[in-house]
Design a protein around this ligand. Structure first.
Ligand SMILES: [Mn+2]
Length: 418
């Protein structure tokens, strides 16, 4: 018997950092969470599973309109047609308090209670599934502690949306411990909430399947669900099944060996070809960091937008490749240019060096960033998994990095005039 365990579908979540430029596959990226959900059902049908278990956050938040709910009901109906039951719980993103619109579920699907732990028996499968939904977003009680112990001789699956004892980047919801989970005598704990796949324990099995579709540049690599094989009431195999429609990747492109701009194109093309080889059959979304102490540094910094446009132009040569962002982080050659021999320039450099060592003087520039930070804070969610760490804006480290960047740009522009 096989069971498919998924979590954190976040259907219709806007993928972060969706920038539009000529040739960008915008529609494909926008529909990624739905396509991953379709693939989840495809996998359930392909592997002829007996049950699908979903451990919370099917939705990203309240539906904008009924199309989100209708889409999901359509997928549940595909499972209904195949006679496959679905047991779900809600998580912090789709807790009852967060969702104002609702649709009646087909009769093969059950959303477990948010009032108390609920058990669904599948006597024909020799299985029981226990779980509890979130009634509110910020659920801070140890829900698992209230789950009933397994009945003797019944293979029991616990479904729980939790951060366990805490996971970086994830809200600390329904915290609990491995000991509490172990004490229940269940065969398998189907967890959700943490977007990174993780096998927490093998005895009993405690598994985060991760989300089926990464939502931003920090949720990199293969994403999917977990296929669980049960024989004679025991879990005998646990396998990751990739489902992501868009795969996020992070590329570091070192230009240390580069002498001329046209060589940059060759290097980037090589990286892209490798990325395509390693991730066939799906769209790749890539964040690029261009780094290294390089002779082309000044040329890059004189026209900061150019390298990004060059890289995107190369991406367009490849099928299914989208550049989310280009971060320029190269360094100057130590002996570059002659501008620093000029008295005025030397004074400027001294002033920059002084500023770097005067936290208070530097902090006066933070005021300019505070307004920007507040403005972003009203439009961008800073909750779990958000790609932008707003606290960083205007921090001493951030100001120091800005200062270093300014120096690079100034020197590049001055040396051009030499
Ligand atoms: Mn969650």
């Amino acid at each position: 018997m096989k069971i498919l365990h998924a979590a954190d579908l976040h259907i219709d979540s806007p993928l972060w950092g969706l920038s539009q430029y000529e040739g960008a596959p915008v529609d494909e990226i926008r529909g990624a969470t739905r396509r991953a959900a379709v693939r989840l059902v495809d996998a359930a049908l392909t592997y002829e599973v007996s049950l699908v278990v979903i451990a919370g956050d099917v939705f990203d938040g309240d539906w904008r309109d009924f199309s989100t709910g209708l889409f999901w009901i359509g997928q549940l109906n595909r499972l209904r047609d195949a006679g496959i039951p679905v047991v779900m719980i809600s998580g912090n993103h789709d807790a009852a308090s967060e969702i104002t619109r609702n649709l009646t579920l087909p009769d093969n699907a059950t959303m477990l209670s948010a009032e108390a732990p609920q058990t669904i028996d599948f006597p024909n499968l020799g299985l029981a599934v226990v779980g509890q939904s979130y009634s509110e977003r910020a659920t801070v009680d140890d829900l698992a502690a209230g789950y009933p112990p397994a009945s003797a001789g019944v293979c029991t699956i616990g479904v729980l949306h939790t951060s366990l004892s805490g996971r970086p980047g994830h809200g600390n919801y329904a915290p609990t411990s491995i000991d509490v989970l172990r004490s229940k005598g269940y065969a398998y704990w189907a967890l959700g909430h943490v977007h990174q796949r993780e096998i927490v324990s093998r005895d009993p099995w405690i598994v985060f399947p991760g989300n089926p579709q990464g939502r931003h540049a920090k949720e990199v690599g293969e994403k999917g669900a977990t296929l669980v094989t049960i024989t004679d009431g025991e879990v005998v195999d646990v396998t990751a099944i990739p489902l992501d429609a868009v795969r996020w990747a992070s590329l570091e492109i070192d230009l240390s060996e580069i002498v001329e701009m046209q060589d940059v194109v060759t290097v980037v093309r090589g990286h892209f070809a490798q990325l395509r080889r390693e991730n066939p059959d799906r769209l790749c979304a890539v964040r690029i960091r261009v780094c290294g102490r390089t002779q082309v540094h000044d040329e890059l910094w004189r026209q900061p937008g150019r390298i990004e446009a060059e890289i995107r132009a190369i991406a367009n040569e490849f099928d299914d490749l989208w550049v989310e962002k280009v971060v320029l982080a190269t360094q100057r050659m130590r002996d570059a240019g002659g501008a620093q021999d000029d008295d005025a320039v030397r004074e400027l450099l001294e002033r920059i060096a002084d500023l770097a060592n005067e936290p208070q003087a530097l902090d006066s520039y933070a005021a300019a960033l505070r307004g920007l930070r507040d403005q972003i804070a009203t439009t961008v969610r800073g909750d779990e998994g958000a790609p932008i760490d707003l606290s960083h804006l205007g921090s001493p480290e951030h100001l120091k990095a800005c200062l270093a960047d300014s120096k690079d740009m100034i020197m590049a522009l001055l040396d051009e005039g030499q």
